[in-house]
Write a protein that binds this ligand. Structure first.
Ligand code: ZN
Length: 151
């Protein structure tokens, strides 16, 4: 599909000019996410008000896919309820496993640019790093091993 280059443009844009890659002094949730297989290492920072994510940012280092994915994710979840953000995490994981419907993929907006990662097993952990960290930050669960290696 000719959409492929459009997707690459989205990823490149978020990588070269990330909107949310900066420090946040007054974050009330800070969680590190590490992907040793690639060397990606980020700190996700969230500012919340009750059930709502009012602001977010990340700092750290990693490959283009991990950085772009985290940046896209923050653009989608800021301003949302925690429950909505967790639902996005769930659909994103499903897409990366190649199990999401077209409708679900559409609902992920810019994050759907990462749908092809489902066919690149070596990059899956890069793509899900930000989302996995977000899920862990919001739910308080350690989702490290049960999400990405099974099935
Ligand atoms: Zn990576």
């Amino acid at each position: 599909m000719e959409n492929r280059s459009f997707y690459n443009e989205i990823l490149t844009e978020h990588n070269v000019r990330p909107e949310f890659k900066h420090d946040m002094e007054d974050a009330d949730i800070v969680l590190e996410g590490v992907n040793p297989s690639c060397g990606d290492d980020i700190f996700l920072k969230l500012k919340t008000d009750g059930d709502t994510i009012v602001d977010g940012a990340f700092v750290g280092d990693g490959c283009a896919i991990s950085q772009a994915s985290a940046d896209i994710m923050l653009g989608m979840v800021i301003g949302r309820k925690k429950d909505e953000a967790l639902e996005m995490c769930r659909i994103f994981m499903k897409m990366i496993k190649g199990e999401a419907s077209e409708e679900e993929i559409d609902s992920l907006e810019e994050a759907s640019a990462l749908r092809d990662i489902a066919h690149m097993p070596a990059r899956v952990k890069c793509a899900v790093l930000g989302w996995r960290t977000l899920k862990e930050a919001l739910s308080g669960e350690d989702t490290d091993d049960d999400e990405d290696d099974e099935d």
